[in-house]
Design a protein around this ligand. Structure first.
Ligand SMILES: Cc1ncc(COP(=O)(O)O)c(C=O)c1O
Length: 383
């Protein structure tokens, strides 16, 4: 049975051939620990990191690529961005659509005296930037938002939010987990002070990759200290980026793959990728909408969302629908709460969860037609 993979919001699959090759090439022929000594292997490994930093800097319009530090994933980057900045007495504003990668660190910080306001979004996940403006207090230190929801795909108005943050002297942090590699991100034009990204979703890199951009001049405290290969004579952690936030041997093979993924994305062009995904999303929404018993969530049109389509079949458990899709039709989806209980609460699906289909670069028109037919058959049988 041909597998149709529709869980790209969790992690993209497959990856471009060049990503598999880059990881294999590094492991098999290159090796070397970047920044540790000056052997040819070490220098070659260092170049992999440098090239990846530069490719990402180009993608996000970052002026100084050294201000991008690599992390294991966006969760680690968000932990650094939140815990490395916020102090007791500070106030942070988020939306009610945030992932647990933001909500859980903030839950911990709240217990330590950080104030947190989650501005309510509409049931389709959309946010009125005026509500964010109204939530600003004298002690507001940060506005932290996801660029797009992993549940509904709803795209947040980050241009306006960046302007609001800048005009009020507030740090603007963006969680680009669902958008890096598919929507344009420009840290300068969008006034983003901290950009957290993950490498294994639309950037098409391997799992275990991600990073954080920190605007020059912004003081951030690392969550870990250790060997950086630089300033080894001092016990103090180096203050310069990226060393400040990069202790320990990095995931160099993964970063080689991430570099190949970013190069692939750039060679295809964000506009083309977005157009392809938007067209398929519109097709999926219109097909599912016609099926009796199917409830769809999120914005009505694909233009307002990424390629993420959550749904339920009335009176059928979402886990069961996902299981039938997988076992009978070879269609991989994700059911449950998607690590986003706040978002499910906003949409009204906290109790029952939902089945989420998330399309990607390699999804085809044929795939979407097959999926609509499969959901139609399940609904006809079970609804
Ligand atoms: C909006 C959002 N933030 C954070 C994450 C966490 O991503 P990772 O597991 O790569 O850290 C995800 C993953 O689904 C996400 O969608």
């Amino acid at each position: 049975m041909r597998v149709i993979y529709l869980d790209n919001a969790a992690t993209s699959y497959p990856k471009p051939e060049s990503v598999y090759e880059a990881v294999d090439r590094f492991n098999r022929y290159q090796g070397g620990n970047p920044g540790r000594g000056a052997s040819s292997k070490t220098l070659a490994a260092g170049s992999v990191l440098m090239e990846a930093r530069e490719a990402l800097a180009k993608l996000f319009n970052v002026k100084e690529s050294s201000h991008i530090a690599f992390t294991l994933n966006v969760t680690e980057a968000l932990n650094v961005g939140l815990k490395g900045i916020l102090e007791p007495g500070d106030h942070v504003i988020t939306t009610s659509m945030e992932h647990n990668a933001v909500a859980r660190p903030l839950h911990v910080l709240r217990k330590k005296g950080v104030e947190w306001t989650a501005v309510p979004c509409h049931p389709d996940g959309s946010l009125d930037p005026e509500e964010v403006k109204k939530a600003i207090q004298p002690n507001t230190r940060m506005i932290c938002v996801l660029h797009a929801s992993n549940l509904t795909g709803t795209i947040m108005p980050i241009d306006e939010l960046g302007r609001i943050a800048k005009n009020n002297g507030i740090i603007f942090l963006v969680d680009s987990a669902q958008t890096a590699g598919v929507l344009s991100i420009d840290v300068e034009a969008q006034n983003i002070d901290i950009l957290c990204f993950t490498g294994h979703k639309a950037l098409l890199g391997p799992q275990g990759t991600g990073g954080i951009y920190v605007r020059p001049g912004l003081l951030i405290t690392p969550l870990k200290e250790g060997g950086t290969g630089s300033k080894s004579e001092f016990l103090e952690q180096p203050e310069m980026m990226p060393d400040l936030l990069e202790s320990g041997t990095p995931n160099t093979p993964g970063t080689a793959g991430l570099l190949a993924g970013v190069n692939f994305v750039m060679s295809q062009g964000l506009e083309r990728i977005r157009e392809h995904e938007q067209k398929l999303t519109e097709m999926l929404i219109s097909g599912l909408k016609e099926i009796p018993g199917v409830e769809l969530y999120g914005p009505e049109h694909a233009a307002s969302r990424t390629a993420v389509v959550p749904f339920n079949i009335e009176n059928v458990d979402c886990g069961e629908v996902s299981l039938i899709l997988d076992q009978k039709y070879g269609i991989v989806t994700r059911s449950g709460l998607h690590c986003a209980p706040l978002a499910h609460g906003t949409v009204g699906t906290l109790k029952k969860g939902a089945v989420r289909m998330s399309l990607g670069y390699f999804t085809s028109v044929d795939d979407v037609e097959t999926v609509i037919k499969a959901v139609y058959e399940i609904a006809r049988e079970r609804y």
